[in-house]
Write a protein that binds this ligand. Structure first.
Ligand code: PLP
Length: 474
């Protein structure tokens, strides 16, 4: 399988694109063509456990990783012992035909573990082959940073420098990251906002000479390795729902997925699964108050808000205005025309918006994507209602998914809501919804009490360069 850029360039194989960010032409890596699944293949995969299914699915994309090696990497990433559930991804029925897909059973209690654990193994493998080292530089407002650090901690060929904004994350999220004392994990707290952190990372990423000298890479949400790994759980969820049907009814049985969305990475994997032939009726995109994507899918107009006008909400991992993966969907929407895709992003650069209203009819009809917005009040009401009716505590992001999912339920079509985090990560909002702070379990108490280590810097590029120069693996 070869990869191309959404702006037209040729990029090479899976392992070639695994450590790259943006393509040299400014586009994103996509497979030259999408593999296709048949009903027979899906039935062959039915008996597989999660690690074996992931091997099959990722194997369609990572054709340059020998199958035995890939199987070993997937078994390491998806060891049941690393997850709270033996099944790795358990399904849990709520009411009204809604089922939660448990993607947050991993060590950092968010769905980011699902892709990041695989990526950690895959990067280690690729570096082992080439004998190189890599220093991962990133910025986080919460879940990505901790998932990356847990996936990379203790590895010889990889280190991670993760910037986070002073005082903006939940107490739990801070403890999760800052309590990692591994030599190859560097938590850097910036006296500034998340955008300031991102700006610092971008400055370094644009300095090709410094990047090469210090072997700097990224594992951010445009990484195709992450996108490919996420496709596996859409297929897993479809298989588990159809397990309950008589065999004769399984073929082509449609389900819908609702996805709490920010950077459009998770739902993009759903779009690929559907395009590969998985029987998916609707992909329901849920946003919070930062509803740029809802606006786009309803109007065909893409109008990202400037960072300064992006709201700080109680589902913070969705506080995104410029969804970095949207370009991959638009590329498909425009018939995989690199020329038209480049033109849309040129327009975006020039006018801060683009207009695809001419394609609006196809969003739902051809691609199955519908959307909706959930606000703070919706989030609290949903957490409360699901707790009362089903005895399940939702995290704020998953609550956004459930709220919007309810607006798109169709009789006879199971609605699968992706559980993107566990409620323990966001005790402040859960307390506001349920009127009391849930009792912390033993693991949480231990985590909150553990010693923490961070380096605090001003919003200053030179200070960051100095730390990287001193501590980067070489
Ligand atoms: C990252 C994240 C999201 C958004 O996922 P995208 O792939 O960026 O759309 C939603 N919820 C939680 C809890 C997250 O960590």
């Amino acid at each position: 399988m070869q990869y191309i850029s959404t702006r037209g360039g040729r990029l090479g194989s899976y392992c070639d694109i695994l450590v790259e960010g943006l393509a040299p032409d400014g586009g994103l890596a996509v497979p030259e063509e999408l593999p296709q699944l048949t009903a027979a293949v899906l039935e062959q995969w039915r008996p597989l456990d999660y690690a074996d299914l992931a091997t099959e699915v990722i194997g369609l994309f990572a054709t340059d990783i020998p199958r035995d090696d890939l199987s070993r990497l997937c078994h390491a990433a998806y060891r049941p012992e690393a997850f709270a559930s033996q099944e790795v991804v358990p399904l849990h029925a709520l009411d009204d035909g809604i089922t939660l897909v448990g993607l947050s059973e991993g060590p950092t209690l968010a769905f980011k573990d699902m892709a990041m654990r695989f990526l950690g193994e895959a990067l280690d493998f690729v570096l082992g082959q080439s004998g190189e080292v890599l220093n991962i530089l990133g910025a986080t407002s919460g879940d990505t940073g901790s998932a990356a650090e847990y996936a990379l901690r203790g590895r010889d060929r990889l280190s991670v420098f993760m910037l986070s904004p002073q005082g903006r994350m939940s107490i739990f999220q801070r403890a999760q990251m800052y309590s990692l004392l591994d030599d190859n994990v560097h938590n850097i707290v910036v006296d500034g906002t998340f955008d300031d952190c991102q700006r610092l990372v971008k400055r370094i990423a644009e300095d090709g000479a410094f990047k090469r000298e210090h072997r700097i890479g990224a594992v951010n949400s445009i990484n195709f390795g992450r996108i490919s790994a996420q496709i596996a759980y859409y297929i897993w969820a479809w298989l588990r729902i159809t397990d309950a049907l008589p065999e004769a009814e399984r073929t082509g049985f449609e389900v819908s997925f609702a996805v709490p969305s920010g950077n459009f990475g998770n739902i993009l994997s759903g779009h690929y699964a559907r395009s590969m032939g998985l029987p998916v009726r609707k992909l329901v995109l849920a946003t919070n108050e930062n509803n740029v994507l809802d606006d786009f899918f309803r109007s065909g107009h893409y109008r990202p808000r400037p960072a300064a006008r992006t709201f700080v909400t109680s589902s913070p991992s969705m506080d995104v205005s410029r969804a970095s993966n949207l370009e991959r969907f638009v590329f498909d929407l425009l018939g995989r025309s690199a020329e038209q895709t480049a033109a849309a992003w040129q327009e975006l650069d020039a006018r801060d918006e683009f207009d695809l209203t001419s394609e609006l009819d196809r969003f739902g009809a051809e691609f199955g994507i519908v959307s909706g917005t959930s606000t703070h009040a919706d989030r609290l009401a949903t957490i409360r209602a699901v707790s009362e009716r089903c005895g399940v505590t939702l995290d704020p992001h998953t609550a956004d998914g459930v709220k919007v999912a309810r607006e798109h339920i169709e009789p006879g079509v199971p609605m699968l809501v992706l559980e993107t985090a566990k409620p323990q990560k966001f005790p402040e909002t859960i307390a506001e919804a349920l009127g009391s702070v849930p009792n912390a379990d033993a693991a949480t108490r231990e985590l909150l009490a553990a010693p923490q280590r961070v380096t605090t810097i001003a919003d200053d590029e030179e200070a960051l360069r100095a730390i990287i120069s001193e501590l980067a693996l070489r």
